[in-house]
Structure formats: C-alpha cells, structure tokens
Design a protein around this ligand. Structure first.
Ligand SMILES: Nc1ncnc2c1ncn2[C@@H]1O[C@H](COP(=O)(O)OP(=O)(O)OP(=O)(O)O)[C@@H](O)[C@H]1O
Ligand SMILES: [Mg+2]
Length: 209
C-alpha cells in the first residue's frame, strides 16, 4: 500500500485540505485511509462532518505513527498521513520513515519557501533509513494574476526539492466543501475546476508510487 505523508514547516499551508481531497481522488475500488498525526485533528473533524464518505477512513495516528500504520487491519488502496506543521515534530519524522512520497504544500510567499529548508533537512535525515523516499512540493493557494505567484515559479526552480507542475489555485470551494464534510470531487459543478487540478496532481504523484 503506497504511503503519502502531507508535511510542512508552516501552519495553514494546505496539508489537511490536500490530504482529504487527494484521499478522495486516490480511493477508487477500496477506501483510502488517513492517519491523522496532527494534534489539531482537523482531518478527524472533517470526517465527523462527513456522512457519505465511505471511501475514506480517518484514524488518529496516536503517539506512535509507525505502530498505528502496522496495526491497520483493513485493506486500503492508499495511506495518507496528515502531519503537524513542524519539521521538528516526532510525528513528521515517523511519517517520513514509512512514506513512499512526501507532499509539501507551500503557500506562494517567500516565508513559506524559506521554511522548506528545514523540510529538506528532515527528508535527508529520513532517507538514511528510508532511501526510496520521494518528495514533491506543491504550490497551494496560487493566484495566477499576482506578481508574487509569478515569482514563485522562479523561486521554486532554485530549490533542491522537486515541485509539481500542477498548482492548486486559491478557490473558495476548498473551504466550503470542507465545512460540508465533502471534497471538491463530490460537490457538483462548483468543484469541477478544483477537482481537475487535484487529479492533475495525482497524475504526477503516481509516477512516484
Ligand atoms: N487552495 C485553497 N484555496 C482556498 N482556501 C484554501 C486552499 N487550501 C487551503 N485553504 C484554506 O486555508 C486554511 C488552511 O488550510 P489547511 O487547514 O488545509 O492547512 P494545514 O497545512 O493543514 O494547516 P495546519 O498546519 O494548521 O494543520 C483552511 O481554512 C483551508 O480551508
Ligand atoms: Mg492541518
């Protein structure tokens, strides 16, 4: 079962939003499971709101992410780990040891770009025990007409971590769907553009899984 860790060193970059929407896109024949490793438990809160999400299971990761992963009893198509917003957190380090791919949402801001330096270090450290670990930065809340967002493309090229070609745009539907316990895929035509960009990202991720 492929394992995807949603990680970052800054709060509010979009880990939980991407986690839930990626899980829904990846779950096809059998459910995907989200291990909620963030003490804020946002993925679990979303799951409590959602009644019709039988293709996504959300489980608290507890203190020992590896143990919770080992103890998974059902068959899942993918396991996604929603991590706390700190490169110093034990949960993130544990998740990187078992992940095939780390997805790092980054807001289009210099502060967020700089914060990824700590992610690079954490990934290097994890690769000592998990040499196959892959990483993909994803620009989230992209606004195509802003000068800052344009500058992001060149700033990303300077980093050592690979970035996805798919950008996730800033769209109110990501917030609305979450509040309704839904994903952008099951909220009708209002979610179509968002759903398409999530599937583009999935296509890039699948090369690493
Ligand atoms: N592409 C987007 N467009 C619009 N709003 C977004 C987008 N991505 C995330 N958001 C909103 O931004 C806020 C932060 O997103 P989210 O909670 O997913 O980030 P996070 O990285 O999980 O945060 P934390 O570090 O606190 O766990 C939320 O209110 C979410 O609805
Ligand atoms: Mg979160």
């Amino acid at each position: 079962m492929p394992v995807i860790a949603l990680i970052g060193n800054k709060g509010g970059a979009g880990k939980t939003t991407l986690c839930v929407n990626l899980a829904a896109a990846l779950a096809t024949e059998s459910p995907a499971v989200i291990l909620d490793a963030d003490p804020q438990q946002s993925s679990l809160q979303w799951h409590d709101l959602s009644e019709a999400q039988d293709l996504i299971n959300v489980i608290p990761a507890g203190q020992d992410v590896q143990q919770t992963y080992d103890d998974l009893s059902a068959d899942y198509t993918h396991c996604l780990i929603d991590c706390p917003p700190s490169a110093q957190s034990q949960q993130m380090h544990d998740a990187l040891r078992i992940a095939d791919l780390a997805v790092v949402p980054v807001l289009p801001s210099p502060l967020d770009i700089w914060a990824t330096v700590h992610i690079e270090q954490a990934v290097d450290q994890a690769r000592q025990v998990n040499p196959e670990l892959k990483v993909l930065l994803v620009i989230n809340q992209f606004e195509s007409r802003t000068r800052l967002s344009k500058l992001m493309e060149s700033a990303l090229a300077e980093l050592d971590l690979p970035a996805s070609r798919a950008f996730i745009k800033r769209r109110a539907i990501y917030r609305h769907s979450f509040l309704e316990g839904r994903t952008v895929h099951d909220i009708g035509s209002r979610g179509r553009a968002a759903s398409e960009e999530i599937y583009q990202l999935v296509e890039e991720m699948e090369k690493f899984l």
